[in-house]
Design a protein around this ligand. Structure first.
Ligand code: TRP
Length: 356
């Protein structure tokens, strides 16, 4: 890269993925492909679910992160300009979290026409009934209140996601557990393409789940920006303070001396995900369940942990936000590399469909 800014990537190592197993089953010939919809800034749920893993494994095999703006449009076509604006936010969050563009390719989905053509070909290999059975799509249709008015692009986005993964001939997909049905559908498509081609032109893929594949929002519901219940990677010290102290604990735990529930207690979910001292957390859980540990004490500890985790990310985010031409060059160069790879895959798949 021809841009000279001092990027403190080396300094990113200590604060990532405290609980990521160092022994992730990874082969040097694995191809990591994953993505995020640019619907806003990324938050700690992304970090715990898969961003931390991506930072921890980068450099050990090829890795591409796709900013999935076309997928975002499948339920946000009325907010197209916001989707476009959030592409840069996601790239900034990647860099803030410690993604190093010399080790990881960052590419923009809508600028890769081969993925759109792969999607069109794969649509012939999937039934509408199968798409309607996809549990994640089902839950999202419900959550968005589409009822009968489901955008066809939305129902079909698992096929486009299969194009994303197979376009890079991806073998390993770091994601949260809500994405497991997408991996399953991708592998069904892979099987069908290979059968039509009568050769193994696409590899099967597997999910790479973190030890915290699903972190709740501060109110215990699914974390999301629109609910305002997530902690952004660029959160200010004051925001962190407020969000931690607003966290849902156990409504029946009124006095410190009362026994409390740790299972659906959000503070413990975050401590388990981010506190490097796992033994201390286990001890706190015993104490809390038994009675004798107050919510405020617990929240102070979590606030310390999160302030330390987020401070370097916030600093890097601010640094890169002042270097947007660098961030754009990272996306442009990454997208160019990705374009070559995905066009090559498309040629092979076109061949399977007897297209020249
Ligand atoms: N569906 C993913 C999400 O909502 C985003 C995504 C798009 C993705 N393309 C992908 C994930 C390919 C893994 C692989 O977060």
């Amino acid at each position: 890269m021809s841009h000279h800014i001092a990027i403190p990537f080396a300094a990113t190592k200590p604060n990532v993925g405290q609980h990521e197993p160092a022994s992730i089953a990874l082969r040097p010939d694995d191809v990591i492909l994953t993505g995020d919809r640019p619907t806003g800034v990324l938050h700690l749920g992304h970090h715990a679910g898969s961003l931390g893993t991506r930072v921890a494994v980068q450099g050990r095999c090829s890795q591409t992160l796709l900013i999935a703006d076309l997928q975002a449009l499948t339920d946000s076509s009325g907010r197209a300009s916001q989707v476009a604006a959030h592409i840069e936010d996601v790239a900034l969050d990647y860099l803030a979290a410690g993604i190093d563009p010399s080790l990881t390719t960052i590419a923009v989905q809508s600028r890769l026409p081969a993925l759109a053509e792969l999607t069109v070909l794969y649509l012939n290999l999937v039934t509408v009934a199968r798409l309607e059975r996809n549990p994640t799509v089902k839950a999202e249709i419900e959550a968005r209140g589409f009822e009968r008015d489901i955008p066809a692009g939305f129902l079909c986005y698992p096929v486009s996601q299969a194009a994303d993964i197979t376009g890079f001939r991806g073998t390993l997909v770091p994601v949260g557990d809500d994405q497991l049905p997408m991996i399953e559908q991708t592998n069904e498509i892979v099987r069908r393409v290979n059968r039509i081609a009568n050769a193994t032109i696409l590899p099967h893929c597997r999910a790479l789940l973190s030890s915290t594949p699903r972190l709740p929002g501060i109110d215990g519901r699914k974390a999301s920006k629109s609910l305002g219940n997530a902690i952004p990677l660029g959160a200010s010290p004051e925001e962190i303070h407020e969000l931690v102290h607003a966290m849902y604990t156990d409504p029946a735990h009124l006095r410190a001396s009362d026994p409390g529930r740790v299972e659906d207690n959000v503070v413990f979910a975050y401590l388990r995900a981010f506190d490097p001292d796992t033994e201390a957390v286990a001890e706190l859980e015993r104490q809390y369940a038994h009675g004798g540990l107050g919510d405020v004490t617990l929240k102070r500890r979590l606030e310390d942990v999160l302030q330390q985790l987020i401070a370097p990310m916030r600093e890097r985010r601010a640094l890169f936000a002042r270097e947007l031409s660098f961030v754009r060059a990272v996306m442009r160069e990454g997208t160019e590399r990705a374009d070559a790879v995905t066009r090559d895959t498309l040629q092979r798949v076109r061949g399977a469909f007897a297209l020249r």
